[in-house]
Design a protein around this ligand. Structure first.
Ligand code: DAH
Length: 339
């Protein structure tokens, strides 16, 4: 038994010496074979153990074996690390990592948000799957009203829809705030059964709502002008055109002067091809209908408000001159990378 312990001691010393002299991964490999291999020194120790032997000796050999395994794997990572440092060539040009960027629509949403924040509007997001009440009924659009046919709505259930406009946010905001002043911009996804060069089934709208004591049409005009000039350019002008919406009274369409013909309607003595009239349509707006204020829990005798709902992709196309909206939602990275 004494002899075996002595042998382990000797092999341990030999191993430590070998380890010290090891500098490459090939040398680590050969130590692996020498000590841990089938014909290696440790297996040899096991082989020469008598059948009846002190269990302490078996344990000592096993302990030695795991020490060898640990030390060899540590050594291997050391030599690999230093080899890597040796071969690091500082003159090799680096790899250019492809950088992502915000999608065009996200960029536009940020721009819109920033413009309205400067006027003190709070950014909101309200549900895209909505009950009939917030989406239509509460906005003064009864079930049998023809205005329901205007919007090509996706129905999720009998009483729930994918929102075809962001106006549901009006009632939700009134419920949330409970009393004026209200000044929100709700930017969100909207859905309609439609697809062509200027319409996609999913698109975005931004819905403004301002309610306070004594709010009137001039406030709507001021906000509209500010937005148009900030987003499209200081030389642009806006106008109101009478229109009809169930949830506003009076209602308007907002037009903005065409950027191509500067609102003249003419280019080189012929009608401007982009607008034909000097004006481009921005979207709907109006003074919040008293019924809607009531449905939102507010008293129309004490406050009034204006609202508008315009298309994110629409203003993006108007500004950029992109010919086809479907490009924006394509996965063609060559197109998207330009922005
Ligand atoms: N919800 C209307 C639509 O999608 C747009 C709209 C018109 C929103 C007038 C308004 C508004 O807030 O006052 O066609």
């Amino acid at each position: 038994m004494g002899i075996k312990i002595l042998e382990i001691d000797q092999i341990t010393k030999e191993f430590e010496k070998d380890l010290k002299n090891t500098a490459t991964s090939a040398e680590v490999d050969s130590l692996n074979i020498k000590y841990l291999g089938k014909q290696g020194k440790i297996n040899h120790l096991f082989k020469i153990l008598p059948v009846k032997t002190d269990p302490q000796i078996g344990k000592a050999i096993n302990d030695f074996k795991s020490i060898v395994q640990d030390k060899l794997s540590t050594k291997l990572s050391e030599v690999l690390d230093s080899a890597e440092q040796d071969t690091f060539d500082v003159t090799v040009p680096g790899f250019e990592k492809p950088l992502g960027s915000l999608h065009l629509v996200s960029q536009t949403i940020k721009e819109i948000e920033t413009i309205f924040q400067k006027l003190g509007f709070v950014r909101r997001r309200y549900p895209e799957v909505e009950t009939d009440w917030y989406y239509a009924e509460g906005l003064n659009i009864p079930k049998d009203h023809p205005a329901r046919d205007d919007q090509e709505t996706f129905y999720v259930g009998d009483n729930t829809v994918l929102t075809a406009h962001t106006s549901n946010g009006q009632l939700r905001e009134m419920e949330l705030k409970k009393s004026p002043p209200i000044k929100m911009i709700n930017i969100g996804k909207t859905y309609r059964r439609q697809i062509d060069a200027t319409h996609t089934p999913m698109f975005h709208q931004f819905e403004g709502l301002v309610i306070d004591k004594g709010i009137n049409i001039t406030h709507l005009l001021g906000v509209t002008e500010y937005f148009a000039k900030s987003y499209f350019g200081q030389d642009r002008r806006t106008r109101l055109r009478p229109h009809h919406f169930q949830f506003t009274e009076p209602s308007f369409e907002i037009d903005i002067t065409c950027g191509v013909c500067q609102g003249t309607g003419m280019m080189h003595q012929i009608p401007c091809k982009v607008c034909k009239s000097g004006w481009l349509e921005l979207g709907g707006a109006g003074m919040v209908h008293p019924n809607v204020l009531r449905n939102g829990g507010l008293n129309p005798d004490e406050c009034s408000g204006f609202a508008f709902g315009w298309g994110v992709e629409r203003i993006l196309m108007m500004k950029s001159g992109l010919p086809d909206l479907r490009l924006i939602y394509s996965d063609d990275i060559r197109f998207l990378k330009q922005f």
